[in-house]
Design a binder for this molecule. Structure first.
Ligand SMILES: Cc1cc2nc3c(=O)[nH]c(=O)nc-3n(C[C@H](O)[C@H](O)[C@H](O)COP(=O)(O)OP(=O)(O)OC[C@H]3O[C@@H](n4cnc5c(N)ncnc54)[C@H](O)[C@@H]3O)c2cc1C
Length: 458
């Protein structure tokens, strides 16, 4: 019997519940669907997935299988491929964000197959770590305590695969539409990426054998290369599961090695974000605290456009925005600095930032992106208070005291600055030699933000 396994942002063989279920049922047709909506909204993340596809295909071929690639809207593709292959079942991970599952079961049925959705191999199934009153946690610390008391399931080994009698047609293993949507040279960004399941495992090993003991302190220093795991993009496209990372950390945890508890707590922030999105699917578009909808955010403005282009004239902010544009990544500390500057100094709606990060990041994740933006803006469940305004210069003094990160991205001859200038569209007229004057001083921005906040509270 032929069954389809839809690799849905789970681009791996290890710890893949849908694949294990499919392999137990029959000959497996491994399927990836390239959705044009995704390429348009999240081109860097889509292209990051595309880089993984040939490697996934090669891994499948080593097991006597292969990857089938189809372009189109998932419901249409599922119906068509079920009909073409005569498959009786389609196994896939549950959608993420979760609303994405609407209409899929009916489409599969029209093609003659039953759709089986399996939980993502996160640390815990969604909404299984609940408060005493049965709700999701709204504050991270008690969530983390409860998660630590929970048994995280063991990851699943990759199953043996049998091939169908005939393979359906496949599109080419590339996603040129995603590359075309990226408003900068993809080649500039591509060399920053280590794609594929094997590379994700290698990165985890390197991190556990190397920087882990100093993680708690060094993770805040944007100038230190490889002080963190660098696994966010691999997690986002599903090259490695959170459960596998958790399991690999257990020996270090038992040995009481420094850094590991803190590292796992950061991984737990990802779970926390997922529970919040599960409970509140509108997290990327609406303030968690409804009263914040009335806050006098400014809409998209020329100042916000300067922020996107790394042209605010505030060094740490511009450095971060340049890093993201040129590499598809941004250090966590700098994400907080740039986000705070947009929401507070520029008093701009946090959703402007959510959308730009979603467009640029190779590790874009609907839950983590939205939760962190709401955290910075002050409107999320476990948020930084609005009156706590990050000073980008002070943050630079503290976390980049010798200005190494800043100079890499801002100095005229900095390697990062050069890469950014090469990646930026000509219409941005980037001139590294021309200093930019900020539209307002840090003190003015801070005072304006606090005045708006006081007016909103009164
Ligand atoms: C405004 C803003 C937007 C963000 N958007 C995203 C996003 O779209 N996708 C994304 O994966 N992360 C996002 N983050 C969280 C964080 O910046 C990245 O996960 C981190 O930079 C990844 O680097 P790393 O893999 O080396 O992390 P490590 O420090 O090695 O941490 C290990 C893993 O823990 C998780 N993690 C760490 N910090 C956080 C956090 N604050 N929130 C949620 N999970 C976390 C990630 O999965 C990460 O890979 C955002 C943070 C901010 C402030």
């Amino acid at each position: 019997m032929t069954v389809i396994c839809w690799f849905r942002r789970v681009l791996r063989l290890d710890d893949h519940p849908a694949l294990v279920a499919a392999a137990a049922q029959g000959a497996v047709v491994p399927l990836v669907i390239l959705n044009p909506d995704e390429a348009r909204r999240h081109p860097a993340s889509a292209q990051r997935q595309a880089m993984s596809l040939p490697l996934l295909d090669a891994a499948l071929r080593r097991r006597g299988s292969r990857l089938i690639l189809r372009r189109g809207r998932p419901a249409e593709v599922l119906e068509e491929i079920a009909r073409q292959t005569g498959a009786t079942a389609i196994h896939a991970s549950e959608g993420f964000p979760f609303a994405a599952d609407t209409g899929l079961a009916e489409a599969a049925r029209r093609g003659g197959a039953t759709l089986h959705l399996h939980p993502l191999a996160d640390l815990v199934p969604r909404a299984s770590v609940l408060t005493g009153t049965g709700g999701v946690y709204k504050v991270f610390s008690p969530f983390w305590k409860a998660l630590r008391r929970t048994q995280v399931a063991e990851p699943l080994a990759a199953p043996a695969l049998s091939a169908p009698d005939a393979w359906p047609d496949s599109d080419g293993l590339d996603w040129p539409e995603a590359r075309a949507e990226i408003n900068r040279g993809w080649e500039v960004m591509a060399h920053c990426i280590r794609a594929g399941e094997d590379q994700a495992h290698a990165r985890l090993d390197e991190f556990l054998d190397g920087p882990l003991p100093d993680y708690k302190v060094h993770r805040d220093h944007p100038w230190r290369p490889r002080a963190t795991s660098g696994l966010a993009d691999a997690l986002a496209v599903g090259e490695i599961s959170a459960r596998r990372i958790w399991a690999r950390c257990q020996p270090a945890l038992r040995d009481g090695r420094p850094g590991v508890e803190h590292f796992l707590s950061e991984l737990a922030w990802r779970e926390f974000a997922r529970d919040l999105l599960y409970a509140f699917p509108d997290l990327p578009h609406s303030c968690w605290r409804p009263e914040w909808q009335e806050f006098p955010w400014r809409p998209d403005t020329p100042e916000a456009e300067a922020w996107r282009r790394g042209q605010t004239g505030v060094a740490m902010v511009d450095a971060g925005m340049r890093e993201m544009f040129a590499t598809g990544q941004m250090h966590n500390r700098v994400r907080m600095i740039t986000a705070s500057y947009l929401c507070k100094h520029l008093l701009t709606d946090w959703k402007v930032g959510v959308d730009w990060f979603a467009y640029c990041l190779t590790d874009w994740d609907a839950a983590s992106n939205a939760m962190n933006w709401q955290w910075v803006a002050g409107c999320g469940p476990d948020a930084s208070p609005y009156f706590r305004v990050f000073n980008p210069d002070g943050q630079g003094d503290r976390f980049d005291p010798k200005g190494r990160y800043r100079d890499h991205w801002m100095a005229q001859d900095g390697a990062g600055a050069q890469a950014f200038a090469q990646a930026a569209p000509r219409s941005w007229r980037i001139d590294l030699a021309r200093p930019v004057t900020p539209s307002l001083t840090l003190a003015e921005g801070r005072d304006r933000a606090l005045a708006a906040y006081r007016g909103f509270r009164s």
